[in-house]
Design a protein around this ligand. Structure first.
Ligand code: ASP
Length: 439
């Protein structure tokens, strides 16, 4: 068995956290390839090293002094090194970083140093060899990630190695310019490495015990999700449930490698398994609930709309020509509703209305705002009768007026539109009927 283990910033924020991480790695010799993030927050008001690096580099780029800011970053590492009793000096590294900052080596280079230095510390502490990700994670000239080239390079490099530390978040273009993924991108590095070594599992260690059925800011201590499929996760992540970088799914998904989200502060918890497909029934009919606020609807009415071929295409053209993506489009015989993100739409509202008048000549257009969307997701819904019925009766009991319903033919999710002020009550009602009532 081979495991790739990625540790997030809060798991590596201090010497104390590093010790927990080392215990986790040493407890299982299959944990062979380690992907560290940069040190994250030690407490609520702390600053992540990545953010410190961005700020410091901004000063350097503006030609201002940045010595004291860089010193603060160095201190973060020294605190860890001393706390771990390591004989390691990063003096030379910091001399070089300072030179590169002065030479304006770029924001990505600056940010990447967080992971790079943490990788060096981690490799010393574990006694595992260090691999600079700039040598194995490849980006093209335009800064796009090169999956195939990376896979070849990584495979060749890791083939003969039993253990390695490979820092997350960055790689380099062929000319050596360092390039990072978007924020939270160490998750992606872990997934890429898992694919290259054909890992049996990609363990992603963070500060929560996996995904929760609902948002803990709305539901008091919601239950965790034991197993979720990639497709379910996509639906929930799109609606705001975030633990893992979205792009981290693709490399492992293609290889059928499961991801296990684990908690560094509670390693005995099972966490959440993210899998391609499973015969394991989820504990409840639904796997999770997620939602987002800030949508609005554009209701278009026209007599005999149903007979007008191409009506829908023209409506959507108006939105796409204005650079607005649409979320849903429920329709009736003579009505069509387009649901969009309010902040994408608001500035272009009148242009869209004019465009619709010109192209489809409707009888009326009505715009409503303050819509919240809730996704009830679950592979178990397909095999269960009455799910929709239960949702809507729960909402009716909670006095929530349903403004929109959309169920995809995959029967994997039901999307419900409610007024913004009913958002939390609706999520509570759905959680209660499917989870609390089953306990
Ligand atoms: N350190 C980077 C960030 O804060 C990348 C990561 O942690 O995954 O976004």
């Amino acid at each position: 068995m081979k495991k790739v283990v990625k540790f997030g910033g809060s798991s590596l924020a201090s010497a104390k956290q590093f010790k927990k991480v080392a215990d986790i790695i040493h407890a299982d010799e299959e944990r062979r390839f380690v992907i560290p993030s940069a040190p994250g927050k030690r407490h609520m008001n702390d600053t992540k090293v990545t953010d410190m690096l961005y700020e410091c580099y901004e000063l350097a780029e503006a030609g201002k002094k940045f010595d004291s800011e860089l010193k603060q970053i160095k201190l973060r590492y020294e605190e860890i090194i001393t706390g771990l009793d390591l004989q390691l000096s990063l003096d030379q590294e910091f001399v070089q970083i300072k030179e590169q900052f002065k030479a304006k080596a770029g924001r990505d280079y600056a940010a990447s140093r967080g992971e790079y230095l943490n990788g060096i510390v981690m490799s010393q502490y574990l006694g595992f060899p260090f691999i600079d990700s700039a040598e194995v994670i490849v980006f093209d000239e335009d800064g796009n990630f090169e999956a195939d080239k990376t896979n070849e390079k990584l495979k060749a490099r890791l083939q003969e190695m039993d253990y390695a530390v490979i820092p997350g978040f960055y790689g380099a273009k062929e000319d050596g310019t360092v390039k990072t993924f978007s924020r939270g991108g160490s998750d992606i590095t872990g997934s890429i490495v898992a694919k290259a070594v054909h890992a049996d599992v990609y363990e992603n260690w963070t500060d929560v015990s996996g995904f929760l059925i609902a948002d803990p800011r709305i539901i008091d201590r919601p239950e965790g999700i034991e197993t979720i499929t990639y497709r379910e996760l996509r639906e929930l992540a799109y609606m705001g449930a975030t633990v893992l970088h979205e792009d981290a799914i693709f490399p492992v998904r293609k290889e059928g490698i499961p991801i296990n989200i684990k908690n560094t502060n509670a390693p005995e918890d099972n966490g959440t398994w993210i899998v391609e497909s499973t015969c394991q029934k989820s504990k409840y009919t639904i796997t999770g609930i997620a939602g987002k606020r800030g949508f609005c609807t554009i209701n278009i009415e026209k007599d005999m709309m149903n007979q007008e071929i191409g009506f829908g295409e023209k409506v959507l053209r108006v939105f796409s020509e204005n650079g607005i993506s649409f979320e849903h489009m429920p329709s009736g015989i003579d009505t069509m509703t387009v649901v969009v993100h309010e902040d994408e739409f608001i500035d272009k509202e009148q242009k869209v209305v004019a465009g619709l008048h010109r192209l489809v000549d409707p009888d009326s257009i009505e715009i409503e705002s303050d819509l919240a969307l809730i996704a009830v997701v679950g592979r178990g819904m397909r095999a269960t009768r009455g799910t929709a019925g239960r949702i809507f009766s729960a909402l009716a009991h909670a006095n929530v007026n349903v403004k929109m319903i959309d169920q995809g033919s995959s029967e994997l999710n039901i999307i419900i539109g409610v007024e913004d002020r009913d958002f939390e009550a609706a999520i509570k009602a759905i959680y209660d009927i499917f989870v609390v009532a089953q306990l």
